[in-house]
Design a binder for this molecule. Structure first.
Ligand code: SF4
Ligand code: SF4
Length: 304
């Protein structure tokens, strides 16, 4: 099955798109012509939908341009225009027809203790768990992209220390369910829209993204927050804030920027400010251990 047939079968728009000149913030990646839009299937598991909200705040290209010209969002639990059985049929037909040329995005963690903790729609009158959907859909996907720290490493639903070791749903990441599956991890609580869109655009354009040991694109996660922090000079001069609102580096208040990788001090949220720049500090949300930072961090937790 080719991409055109896939689009016809799963009911998405068929318009051919010509990519305009788009320079993604920080990537200098210019999009050329594409013969059709890339199908994207976006599943949401145990999540707050923060990464989807973050995506809606995309600036360059904005979400309307992205969805109109570049990708064909075939399925998204909260953004799809299709609802109910019609929406679930898109997933079922994707599987039945053996479609291949789609990108599977996973947002949210996946419960392992019982599929009933997180289900998407019904198949033959029975709720189907997100674990089963992601397992089936990952098999033929051109690429698997885990977006947000819940999908990449388990994050808050999978927190251990905070819940005294309970993790009541057995929440885990995509790798926890599909060990060894080749995927791109875009962690963050939430992930910055540029990181999501920039990574998707690389996949659309068949450009290679170099990843670090945790599966994160080096393009966005190469440096520590500390490396580029607005307070770095104060840190070097031993000027530390002792209380919130004080001028100075936030290290002594629990900032985890030294141990955390992302480019927010340079890229900024909404192009305006950063976690460290606003005086809030870094909670290390892009790291596999988040939020179980033990006795360190802004919200130190006692070991269970
Ligand atoms: S505020 Fe945090 S990231 Fe910035 S210089 Fe201090 S320790 Fe490093
Ligand atoms: S600066 Fe720290 S808290 Fe902010 S997005 Fe980066 S890793 Fe997360």
């Amino acid at each position: 099955m080719n991409r055109r047939e896939f689009i016809r079968i799963v009911g998405g728009a068929t318009a051919l798109a010509v990519f305009p000149e788009v320079v993604l913030a920080g990537t200098k990646l210019t999009l050329g012509k594409a013969s059709s839009r890339t199908p994207v299937i976006w599943l949401q598991g145990q999540s707050c939908s923060g990464d989807s909200v973050s995506l809606l705040n995309a600036g360059d290209p904005d979400i309307a341009t992205l969805l109109t010209n570049h990708i064909s969002l075939h399925f998204h639990q909260t953004l799809s225009t299709a609802t109910g059985d019609t929406a679930i049929d898109i997933l079922l037909k994707t599987l039945e027809q053996g479609a291949k040329d789609y990108v599977l995005v996973m947002e949210g963690s996946i419960p392992q203790k019982s599929d009933t903790f997180c289900t998407i729609g019904e198949v033959q009158g029975k709720p189907r768990g997100v674990r089963e959907w992601v397992t089936l859909l990952a098999k033929n996907a051109r690429a698997v992209v885990a977006v947000g720290t819940c999908a990449t490493y388990g994050c808050i639903p999978g927190a251990r220390l905070r819940t005294g070791g309970a993790n009541p749903t057995g929440a885990t990441s995509v790798w926890g369910v599909l060990p060894g599956v080749k995927q791109i991890n875009i962690p963050g609580c939430p992930a910055h829209p540029d990181w999501i869109i920039g990574s998707l655009v690389h996949l659309i354009m068949n450009k290679r993204l170099k990843l670090d040991a945790f599966g994160r694109p080096l393009l966005y996660y190469k440096n520590t927050v500390h490396d580029k922090c607005e307070h770095l000079q104060e840190y070097k001069k031993n000027v530390f804030a002792r209380a919130w609102g004080d001028p100075g580096c936030l290290y002594k208040l629990g900032c985890l920027g030294i141990d955390s990788n992302c480019d927010i001090p340079v890229r900024k949220w909404l192009g305006v400010n950063s976690c460290t720049g606003c005086g809030g500090g870094c909670v290390g949300c892009t790291e596999p251990v988040f939020p179980d930072t033990g006795g360190r961090g802004l919200f130190p937790m006692k070991k269970a």
